[in-house]
Design a protein around this ligand. Sequence first.
Ligand code: GTP
Ligand code: MG
Length: 200
Amino acid sequence: MKILTAEFIRSCVGPEQFPNGGLPEIAFVGRSNVGKSSLINSLLQRKSLAKVSRTPGKTRAVNVFSVVTGDVQLARFMIVDLPGYGYAKVSKSIRAQWGPLLEAYLTDREEVRIVVLLVESRVPAAQDRATIEWLLSIGHLPVVVATKVDKLKPSERVAGLRRLGAELGLDDRLPVIAYSSTTGEGRDRLWTVLKERTRI
Ligand code: GTP
Ligand code: MG
């Protein structure tokens, strides 16, 4: 995938700041520290467009990026980095702010063409399964991506990914894409699925 432009647009802390240009949006969700911002940078081949941090809970707002790609024809769309859920150390008041923002974004907006749910290859969180069920209940069939696959030993890879699918209760509708932002593995496959599913 050839990325022609990728720009940060804004950090939204309330629904009134969500973009309203009517462009299709691809949303990225997952628990804190799962690797959302890194994956966005890797997909867009930009080093530090989305802020990456070792400290979970870095992304606290809905961060919107505008992208133009051009393989055969130009496509213009938005990439949206949502705040990570499930990080206990973040204060209650901040968490109380995130939940409704995430929910408002994912439930109320027609622009959201697809939700990409990131889960960590080695450590799926209990909340990941609940998130999949919730997304299905509000009409989003997510693309599930297993992040940081470079951390799996080759010998544990197949069994590890199979176990992940079982723990998350995935079936044929929800294949898992193995991804590493460090090596770029999975990038082409994820773009292919995103293009097919969003028709961008
Ligand atoms: P929040 O914004 O806090 O929700 O986190 P996030 O999901 O955006 O995660 P982020 O991309 O900031 O990455 C968290 C940590 O995981 C950082 O230390 C990254 O360097 C590391 N990381 C992300 N992707 C990968 C990967 O593919 N492989 C490896 N080995 N580490 C990764
Ligand atoms: Mg982030």
